[in-house]
Write a protein that binds this ligand. Structure first.
Ligand SMILES: Nc1nc2c(ncn2[C@@H]2O[C@H](COP(=O)(O)OP(=O)(O)O)[C@@H](O)[C@H]2O)c(=O)[nH]1
Ligand SMILES: [Mg+2]
Length: 181
């Protein structure tokens, strides 16, 4: 009986070593994390976009009151994206949440009214000029591209925004293509 136990006791550590040597590739390399801020008027599609990037259903999203944070996993990095609510009475507080950001996503509803687009442009210009954001990479997403009234990415570019690190892209959260950045 004690012989059997002894054999088992010596066998277990050896088999574990074999298992590690043969199968265990070690922990995956740590992915760098970056802190981003995501802004844009209410209804532009910030929550839907982040839900889709997290492989969650973008349908039935709840309107964001205040702000929310999502960790968006990519193959080589994790983006900790802070979405700031876009309502009139909240936008004036956006700048309080800019500190520590390493990049900015500005989401536009490219099918919105001229008035809303003008409001979005003013907010975009303020963000671009803010001392804590003005040197950061900036991605402007012209969302709602699936709608017939949507302005094209080129038309949105003609909104006359200038900065060194601007990147424009079009997307429609409910289009079937994968979002490409
Ligand atoms: N057709 C269409 N609807 C969208 C798109 N993105 C968001 N929506 C809808 O717009 C509404 C507001 O979206 P939400 O993500 O809450 O906007 P947020 O206020 O910027 O976070 C929701 O009803 C979404 O389903 C899009 O690309 N196309
Ligand atoms: Mg939201």
């Amino acid at each position: 009986m004690s012989d059997v136990l002894l054999k088992r006791a010596t066998f277990l550590p050896l088999s574990w070593q074999c298992f590690r040597a043969l199968c265990c590739k070690g922990p995956p390399p740590a992915r760098p994390e970056y802190d981003l801020v995501c802004i844009g008027l209410t209804g532009s599609g910030k929550t839907s976009l982040l839900s889709k990037l997290c492989s969650e259903s973008p349908e039935n999203v709840v309107s964001t009151t205040g702000f929310s944070i999502k960790a968006v996993p990519f193959q080589n990095a994790i983006l900790n994206v802070k979405e700031l609510g876009g309502a009139d009475n909240i936008r004036k507080y956006w700048s309080r949440y800019y500190q520590g950001s390493q990049g900015v996503i500005f989401v536009l509803d490219s099918a919105s009214s001229e008035d809303d687009l003008e409001t979005a442009r003013n907010e975009l210009h303020s963000a671009l000029q803010h001392p804590q954001l003005c040197t950061l990479p900036f991605l402007i997403l012209a969302n709602h591209q699936d709608k017939p009234a949507a302005r094209s990415v080129q038309e949105v570019c003609l909104m006359n925004v200038t900065s060194l690190c601007l990147e424009y892209a079009g997307c429609g959260v409910f289009q079937h293509e994968t979002l490409v950045f």
